[in-house]
Design a protein around this ligand. Structure first.
Ligand code: SF4
Ligand code: SF4
Length: 186
């Protein structure tokens, strides 16, 4: 009987597949996902590169990358993938794994702080309240003064309101967070 071919990274890839429900192994490396990614020009990790790194079992490099925290979970990549891979879901799983394995090194923790501050604000108001999110992020990261000069300009353009614009679906959004928490605790 022929022995099944295995490679060093298979265990990592199978874990990502099992947790995300996405068939990462069927990725064709067509780059359709990353060519539509809004954070593509800013990130050090394109979604198609992340897929390839999963194939290769580059667990440490991937979970320690800044790019998994810059992903805005906008789902564009999942919608564009010709193989129906939920790429955004895979990025979510990578972030979870990074937290569990404490791969986020101190200099990369800023992305994690940003992510937590963003989600916390969405959970409270049903949509992001930028001023609050920025204040909490700055306190968490102790990155207090960077970009502060941009605040007056943003306020002048009404991009940084002083009060939250609460969503009418805030209750529903909170329910999503509660369900996600329950799922995690299972
Ligand atoms: S979900 Fe993340 S990786 Fe996918 S297109 Fe949006 S920002 Fe890019
Ligand atoms: S669009 Fe899909 S198949 Fe193409 S590189 Fe991205 S994940 Fe792979």
């Amino acid at each position: 009987m022929t022995e099944k071919l295995q490679w060093a990274g298979e265990k990592f890839m199978r874990e990502v597949e099992a947790r995300s429900g996405a068939r990462v192994s069927s990725c064709l490396q067509c780059h359709k996902c990353s060519s539509g990614c809004p954070i593509g020009p800013e990130t050090d990790l394109l979604s198609s590169q992340a897929m390839r790194m999963i194939h290769l079992g580059m667990e440490e490099e991937l979970l320690g990358s800044r790019g998994i925290w810059l992903c805005a979970s906008c789902q564009t990549c999942s919608a564009r993938c010709p193989m129906g891979i939920d790429v955004a879901g895979v990025m979510d799983v990578l972030r979870m794994m990074a937290v569990e394995r404490k791969a986020a090194l101190p200099d990369k923790a800023r992305g994690r702080h940003f992510h937590r501050s963003f989600l916390g604000s969405v959970r409270r108001h049903g949509r992001v309240f930028e001023l609050e999110m920025m204040a909490i992020y700055k306190l968490r990261s102790m990155d207090l003064f960077r970009d502060m000069d941009k605040a007056p300009k943003l306020m002048k353009k009404s991009k940084l309101p002083l009060l939250p614009n609460r969503s009418r679906s805030a209750g529903e959004v909170r329910k999503v967070f509660r369900n996600a928490r329950k799922e995690e605790e299972r």
